[in-house]
Design a protein around this ligand. Structure first.
Ligand code: FMN
Length: 192
């Protein structure tokens, strides 16, 4: 089991995640049957880096001809994925399987209107790049597909998750250092 995700790293530093495990797992039909939203997340729970790598790959990994685990309209690939922990906010890169720290500190309260999410070990923020894709509908489609893949990964790995629209978008965009060419779509809380 890989080490847990609470080591802090310096601003701007890129941490290489364990290689995503892209074979195996539980049968798809069983996992779909077990997919659900859970909010009773233990604040003391931790997510292994292997699980984090796997779920980020499930959401947005590169699989075929430079394309992804999910389709995007006209292959614009407009999603960006950020991970919020108790200690930092990092941006995921599927190309090199890294998380790069964009801000240090505990910003979970900005990512949540509900208490359980403010103390959960992981909140994954799904962001749309408005320059790559102007159509809000297509951004939301992509976020929904990525979210469902996170749900399915969590169901098969025995993790709890819930996708949330509710967050303080202004505060969160500030914490994430986003410009107005990006839209915060959803936040997905993960824990045990
Ligand atoms: C677009 C969308 C937004 C949601 N926003 C929230 C939210 O802000 N907070 C929350 O606790 N659950 C949120 N949910 C989770 C739903 O409440 C949940 O999916 C629904 O109750 C059905 O339960 P299930 O996912 O277990 O099937 C959201 C779900 C979707 C699809």
């Amino acid at each position: 089991m890989a080490s847990i995700l609470f080591a802090t790293s310096a601003l701007g530093s890129a941490e290489v995640l364990p290689e995503p495990q892209t074979v195996g797992g539980q049968p798809l039909m069983k996992v779909m049957n077990e997919r659900k939203s859970s909010r009773d997340i233990d604040p003391q729970s931790t997510i292994s880096k292997q699980d984090l790598s796997n779920m980020l790959w499930a959401a947005w990994g590169i699989t075929h001809d430079g394309k992804r685990t999910i389709g995007t309209a006209m292959n614009r690939q407009e999603l960006e994925i950020y991970v919020i922990t108790a200690t930092e906010i990092s941006k995921y890169s599927a190309e090199d399987n890294t998380l790069t720290v964009v801000n240090k500190g505990d910003f979970r309260d900005a990512s949540a209107m509900q208490d359980f999410a403010k103390t959960a070990p992981i909140n994954i923020v799904l962001v749309g790049d408005n320059e790559k894709q102007k159509m809000a509908e297509f951004q939301h489609y992509a976020a929904g597909a990525a979210s469902q893949n996170i749900y399915l990964y969590c169901a098969q790995a025995g993790l709890k998750t819930v996708v949330r629209y509710g967050c303080d978008r202004e505060k969160l965009a500030q914490a994430m250092k986003l410009d107005d060419k990006h839209t915060i779509l959803y936040v997905q809380t993960v824990g045990k």
